[in-house]
Every structure is written in C-alpha cells, then in structure tokens.
Design a protein around this ligand. Sequence first.
Ligand code: 9MR
Length: 379
Amino acid sequence: MHIRTPRRATRLAVTAAAATALVLAGTLPATAANGKHPSLRDAAPADLVIGTAAAGGGHHLAQDYEGLEPGQSPFLHDQQYRRELKHEFSSLSPENQMKWEFIHPEQGRYDFAEADAIVKFARQHKQDVRGHTLLWHSQNPAWVEEGDFTAEELRAVLKDHIQTLVGRYKGQIDQWDVANEIFDEGGNLRTSENIWIRELGPGIIADAFRWAHEADPDAKLFFNDYNVEWKGPKSNAYYALIQDLLKQDVPVDGFSVQGHLSTQYGFPGDLRENLQRFDDLGLETAITELDVRMNVPEGQQPTESQLAQQADYYQQALEACLAVDDCNSFTIWGFTDRYSWVPVFFTGEGFANVMTEDYERKPAYYALRDTLLAAAGGK
Ligand code: 9MR
C-alpha cells in the first residue's frame, strides 16, 4: 500500500491548455529526463493514482482476439498489453476476475489464479489495486442465484465470501468496491434484482462493510455505481444512505462514480460539485471506470470532432477529480479499444478508450497526460 503525500491545496493551479502553452514556452518538460515521453503515471501528481481495468473474464471469454487462444485473458497473455499496463498505470482493477462468478464459481471452490496474478503484477510494478466487487446483483454464479438457502445460510455464504477475499488480499488491496450498483435510476434499492438485499434485507449492506472492515481494517471501502456522476435521484440516494450509515459508525470510506459516458449525451457538468458533497462528508471519492463511447457507423472510424469531444470529456472528468481534495484514484475502464466491453454491449457504439486497437494514442490520451502534467506542476 502506498503512503501518499498530503494534497497540495492548489493542485489545479494551471489548466491543461495552459500546460500545453507552458510546454511550448519551455517551462514544463514535454519529455522526461530519460528522453521518453512521460507516461500517465509519471505525469500524475504524487497523491493521485491513475488506474485501468486489467482485462480478463466477462465478455473477453467469448471474443476471438487476434494472437490469443479462445478464453485466454489479455491480462495474462498479451505482452504488449502488459507492457502498457505497467508503464502507464499506477493502479489496477480486475475487470471481472474478482467477481463472484469468476472467483467463486462453485460452492466451496474459489479460483484465485487470475486475481492472484493481478495482485502480484501490481506489487511488482508498485501499483495499487481496487478490488471489484463483493455485493452486486450481477455476475453471481448459478449456485448462489438458484441455490436453495435459508436466509441464515445465505448470510453465512456472503460473510464467508467477503472475508475470504478481503482477508486473502489484506494489505494488498487499497480500495474495495464493497457494494456495487445497489440503486436503480429512481434512487430505489434494487430489491428484486439483488439477491442479497431481497433475501436478507437492506441491513445486509452495512454488514457487508463491517465484514470487509474486520478482514482488512486498512482497506478503503466504497460504494460504486454508474449514472451517479451528476446530482439526481440515484446519487442523492447514496448521499442519504451514506449519511445514515456514518451516523451508525458503519465503516464506509468512499463513494465512487464509474463514469461510463457517451458523446451522444452532454458531459455531466456538476461532476465536481457532486464529488465535493461526498468529500464534505469526510469520504474519499474516486472515478473508477471511465470510458467515453461514441456512435460510429459500421466499418467507419470516428471523426476528428468526435475524437476531440471524447478528449474533452476525459479531460473534464479528470479535472473534476483533481479539484476535489480526496479524489485519490482515477481509473479508466481499459485503455485500448481492442478489448473494450462497449461494442459487445452497445450495437453501433465503441471507440471508447484512450488508445486505438493498435495501441496508438488518441487525443484523449494526450488530454489526460497534459492535464496531469499541469496538475503536478510539471515535475
Ligand atoms: O467490463 C466488464 C465486462 O467484461 C463484463 O462482461 C461485464 C458484465 O456485466 O461487466 C463489465 O464491467 C462492468 C463493471 O463490472 C461494473 N460497472 C459496469 C461495467 C461495464 O458493464
């Protein structure tokens, strides 16, 4: 786990545009001392980790990737991908490899191999890890969803799972998404979809945090969701719930917004303000799954203006995080379009990441890097 230096009060003293001007004027280094362009992690201020999802499991299992055997994970088997992963990022999130169906496929059987490999890789390359996720309505194995458990048994199953995972990686996982996507768009608990809440009642949410905290008192424990970038019924529901839990001394440390954005919608302009109100509760905040998809007709490439708009959204999201004191972790959901989940889930949409399928850096990549350089004051 990294000890971070206290945040400078004026971290966002210069904007990215101003940084570019400073680079041109020779005030900021466009290249690092070794003559190479700084990576995202090199460019970042000391108190912000720059993360990405480590690709494997989930949709990857059904893809036919050039150079990989069916079912092989990019994280384990694509060497160029691994080089970028260690070079560019200071935090990793297992994209699917710590989800219930992947890591606990049968009752009494855990499959830790890929999760262990990610944690080991992160240690070797001085990267943080965000654990994802412990209590969710999705990607649960059939033995859980279709099991014939009493409430007491199901509770024991969840407690065992949480404490086994959090305990196994004690001291090696910095932040855990303990509860993922528990509210619907209207701000109502997903009671019918979420087996844990449905069968065990809403009090199970607090218990999940308590059990995780028992297993690793130093890990920061988060609520994580999408469509909570702005103030609205869903983020308001988190705001109310978290205040309530904090009053009861439930060990909640953070609120994170995933950030699955699309250029067909406006940028959530109150992102910073929204993060700030959670920061004001004494919480850490984070952006955990940022990507910016776009509509591109089959067989075509994004236009320059689409790429510019995408870069602007990435930059605005980063600037919002940089402007909030305890927004300490900024993660993009994959970095190359080669392995993106987006085209698999949204027909006609894609190109959501900061590098092309061939690892070429897009305007969004440079927007992030220049914004980080500006925030770090050109270290
Ligand atoms: O990127 C993940 C993809 O590989 C899986 O197939 C998919 C299944 O639901 O989950 C994706 O990741 C999701 C994340 O775990 C939670 N927030 C939304 C992400 C995109 O769907």
